[in-house]
Design a protein around this ligand. Structure first.
Ligand SMILES: NC(=O)c1ccc[n+]([C@@H]2O[C@H](COP(=O)([O-])OP(=O)(O)OC[C@H]3O[C@@H](n4cnc5c(N)ncnc54)[C@H](O)[C@@H]3O)[C@@H](O)[C@H]2O)c1
Length: 339
């Protein structure tokens, strides 16, 4: 298959590109490097080199351009010799601090990149996979969240965190429109707190890496808010398997039609942020006690997926327990630090 991955130099994008290359697909990534990193793609480059040396052509391309500009897609199409089978659209501004600090940027980038990627898929007859988010449900309190639960958003005057969740909600709406008006074969996936190697751990990063980075620096882990809020942390390789199944299956394993469907992809192991801090301390052997800091405005109390649809149609469920995943992430982080 010829595959385009927007946001391909980011956390999930780089794992997705790598996984596709391992199975000998030809991959082109578009990323403007807002948060993507060339070093995330080192294993893709070495895989591509081995395949090329074995006479398999050049299977990996990187277009370092804006995913909201149609020219970026024209360049990508040329690199893929004029045809594309599946577009995985991952480009977005992700990272909680951005949602509150730059809601204007988050809304603009998330919607403009999606529109450009959608137009490209429609024009070229490609299948489309959109990485939405559980944040598309906003302040929905009823758990577990089903595939078709309602979205609820509080007044935007209270906080602007939902610049991200609302952009994902509107993104899903644009997908449904393209399915109906252009017969686009699109599928929606909603990753629930994926983690693993390469997850950003800086101040705009995600909680698992932020905690492990603090342990590495021998500084106290910061717990935002009460620490009683829970998440369902999902190992990155499990996540990539789910995203790929959504893009590769012609129809559901249960015989169902996948077009226009949305799949929650998440572990069902619910872990509080305080418990996560304890797991990180145990795995890293950190004795320093965590400290409590101000919470993020609008942070949800719980986020638990109902993955029935993914299980039935994609044959997918998360496998790796959180303790094992944190051990693997820590091993990677220490090796990177010592290199
Ligand atoms: N990681 C998760 O647990 C999670 C959860 C829910 C949803 N998602 C969604 O999955 C996708 C990937 O998430 P991630 O965790 O890998 O985030 P990430 O920030 O690592 O990856 C996003 C990538 O998009 C790129 N990008 C941003 N603006 C761009 C633009 N204008 N043009 C081209 N590239 C651009 C960034 O540079 C980055 O490499 C995102 O759409 C995110 O919203 C992720």
């Amino acid at each position: 298959m010829r595959v385009l991955v927007t946001g391909g130099a980011g956390f999930l994008g780089s794992h997705l590109c790598e996984s596709l290359l391992v199975d000998f697909h030809e991959v082109c990534a578009i990323d403007d490097m807002f948060r993507g990193r060339k070093k995330n793609l080192e294993s893709c480059k070495s895989l591509a080199k081995s395949i090329a040396e074995a006479g398999g052509g050049v299977p990996f391309h990187l277009v370092m351009k804006d995913g909201a500009a149609s020219e970026s897609y024209e360049t990508a199409l040329k690199r893929l010799n004029g045809s594309v089978d599946v577009v995985y659209h991952l480009a977005a501004i992700n990272g909680t601090r951005w949602f509150n600090e730059r809601p204007d940027l988050v809304a603009r980038v998330n919607l403009s990149t999606l529109q450009a990627a959608l137009d490209f898929a429609v024009t070229n007859g490609a299948r489309f996979v959109f990485t939405s988010s559980p944040e598309a449900f906003g302040d929905q309190h009823e758990m577990p969240i089903a595939s078709n639960s309602d979205s609820q958003f509080r007044s935007s005057a209270i906080h602007q965190r939902h610049s991200y969740g609302a952009s994902k909600y509107l993104g899903e709406l644009l997908i449904q429109h393209a399915v109906k008006t252009h017969s686009l074969d699109a599928r929606i996936v909603r990753p629930f707190n994926s983690y693993g190697p390469r997850l950003p751990g800086d101040s705009h990063g995600q909680v698992v890496s932020m905690m492990l980075e603090r342990c590495l620096a021998e500084e106290p882990i910061e717990i935002h808010g009460t620490g009683e809020q829970t998440r369902c942390f999902t190992w990155v390789e499990d996540m990539i398997q789910g995203i790929r199944s959504a893009g590769e299956l012609d129809q559901g394993l249960d015989g169902s039609n996948l077009t226009g469907r949305a799949f929650n992809l998440g572990s069902t192991e619910e872990t509080s942020i305080r418990k996560l801090a304890e797991i990180c301390r145990t795995v890293t052997g950190t004795e320093i006690s965590p400290i409590e800091v101000e919470g993020h405005p609008g942070d949800s109390e719980r986020r638990v997926p109902d993955c029935t649809e993914a299980r039935n149609a994609l044959g997918w469920e998360a496998n790796l327990p959180i303790l094992d995943g944190i051990q693997r992430t820590w091993a990677w982080m220490k090796a990177r630090h010592e290199a």
